[in-house]
Design a protein around this ligand. Structure first.
Ligand code: XMP
Length: 514
């Protein structure tokens, strides 16, 4: 499928995903595999180059993750980073020693021996690089030359031009290494002679061709949520198999105002997706009566979704595949060599589905990072209002209504939330924040309206900035915007007389309130 392919062996560094990102940004397809991957899979992947990631271990300690030396005999160029460098040195006859102190942070690096990795860099004697390591290489293996040093490390880079083996003690993949992207590009293009053939357009084409091959003329069922991942997965599958894709959209009664029409109705109409709308709202809401515990709510909604989806899917004859919008970070997490403890997000709403339904999985986005999904969406011609939709949780408004979910409380929150969404879009802040929404609190406070005393509900505003939802900070929105949102909610939403702002970061808080 891809000619220019880089295999990244993961030795446990927190930066491994960044290496893959940088390689793909350079236009070269890359995949991360755990360092103890079955060698047959490495062979089958046919890498054109290999990158060994960093990692928290020390080659001087027993039981540290090992490098299968057969990989160095494949005749492909190798770049070792940090622990990857120490592994190369240790296994090829060099010497690694423990530093007295762990070196962490910026360092000034100077290039030696005209190393090709640093071509095109102006400040060859004063390059800022990012270090994070305990051990260091003290003697180079045979065939290697020193390629750069810092004040504290004599061999901060080494290389063997004949075998095209290079290694760096620092991390070129992190932004603090100022020329890091160029160093990685030099490895890909100048050392390995690769071509930048990975682009979203080529991904979309090959993905559709692969889906045709995988699915043939079988039927696929897919749960459309309105989120970008399931939407892009559906559009790709639709391009591949047309009407044999059966999408199911379950209205669980916990959606925002307009949710169904904005995305799913739009897709059915403009992209001619085959969508079955299932109104299961009463089934969900009846099960939530009297439930206030957040985990209980999530469980009830998860199980009910699986029941409804299973029932509806079985009503379509001849379905053999279940389509899902699984992304690459989920795949890596579940395959990580750190073992099953690091597994799949608890947020996965449809976790139990594949087992229950006995269907084969088809996951068109398994190779993509989140922002690449957005680029694929552009390629597929999806409109901006779908591409830039903020994430919305599977359990919907239920986890934004603290306490019991009732029709009345849903009504209040929907109106307040609509105002928040409208004002964010109108002020151009919608795309700048990661998520912005309203939360209905389980308490009433006193207010005054005209001459009357009121005793009504409180709405909290939750607006956060984030890159991946793992961490988040509260968004510093202009006070005029906050004032407008607050005034409109109190004036327009009957039953609310107070609006408060959540100014907590994640961690220790979470983005959602439940
Ligand atoms: P938290 O609240 O854990 O949320 O900081 C992180 C991100 O995940 C979303 N979220 C969910 N998404 N099903 C989902 O599909 C869920 O059960 C769920 N819970 C939280 C949340 O909106 C935020 O983007």
């Amino acid at each position: 499928m891809h000619d220019n392919r880089v295999l990244i062996l993961d030795f446990g560094s927190q930066f491994t995903q960044l290496i893959a990102r940088r390689v793909r940004e350079a236009g070269v397809y890359s995949e991360i595999h755990p360092c103890n991957v079955d060698p047959e899979r490495v062979k089958a992947f046919k890498p054109s180059a290999l990158i060994l990631s960093g990692g928290p271990s020390s080659v001087l300690e027993g039981g540290c993750p090992a490098l299968n030396m057969d990989y160095l005999d494949m005749g492909v160029p190798v770049l070792g980073i940090c622990y990857g460098m120490q592994l190369m040195a240790h296994n090829m006859g060099g010497r690694v020693v423990a530093s007295t102190d762990r070196e962490y942070g910026r360092a000034q690096f100077s290039v030696q021996n005209d190393c090709v990795l640093f071509e095109g860099i102006e400040e060859k004697d004063n390059l800022t690089v990012w270090m994070s390591h305990g051990d260091r290489v003290e003697a180079l293996p045979d065939g290697f030359l020193p390629m750069g040093r810092t004040d504290s490390i004599e061999f901060a880079a080494m290389g063997d031009a004949a075998r095209r083996f290079y290694a760096l003690q620092f991390h070129p993949e992190v932004a603090h290494t100022t020329e890091g992207a160029l160093i990685i590009q030099n490895f890909l293009f100048k050392v390995a002679g690769l071509k930048p053939t990975w682009s979203m357009a080529s991904f979309v084409d090959t993905c559709i061709a692969d889906l045709k091959k995988q699915v043939g003329d079988a039927k696929v069922v897919l749960g459309l949520s309105g989120g970008i991942d399931s939407t892009v997965a559906a559009v790709l599958l639709h391009r591949a198999i047309g009407k044999n894709l059966h999408c199911i959209f379950v209205d669980n009664g916990l959606l925002r105002m307009g949710e169904k029409d904005e995305v799913v109705g739009f897709l059915a109409e403009h992209f001619e997706l085959n969508v079955k709308f299932v109104d299961a709202s009463r089934e969900f809401l009846d099960k939530l009566v009297g439930v206030t515990d957040p985990e209980q709510k999530r469980k009830i909604i998860g199980y009910t979704f699986i029941d409804v989806f299973d029932r509806e899917a079985k009503a379509i004859p001849g379905v053999r595949f279940l389509g899902q919008g699984t992304l690459y970070p989920d795949v890596i997490e579940s395959e990580s060599f750190k073992g099953p403890s690091a597994v799949i997000k608890s947020h996965h709403n449809v976790g139990g589905l594949p087992e229950k339904m006995n269907l084969k999985l088809v996951e068109p986005l398994r190779e993509l990072f989140k922002d690449e999904v957005r680029r694929a969406a552009y390629e597929l011609g999806l409109p901006e209002h779908i591409i830039w939709r903020q994430p919305f949780p599977g359990p919907g408004l239920s986890i934004r209504i603290i306490g019991e979910v009732t029709d009345e409380r849903l009504g209040i929150l929907r109106l307040a939330d609509r105002i928040v969404q409208n004002e964010m879009v109108a002020s151009d802040w919608y795309r700048k924040v990661w998520q912005g929404f309203a939360v209905l609190l389980p308490l009433k406070t006193v207010g005054v309206m005209g001459d009357d005393r009121t005793y009504e509900n409180v709405i909290a505003l939750r607006m956060v900035d984030s890159i991946d939802a793992m961490t988040a900070d509260w968004s510093r929105l202009p006070s005029e915007l906050l004032a407008r949102i607050s005034n409109r909610i109190i004036n327009e939403v009957k039953g609310v007389n107070r609006v408060v702002l959540d100014i907590s970061s994640k961690p220790p808080s979470t983005i959602e309130w439940e």
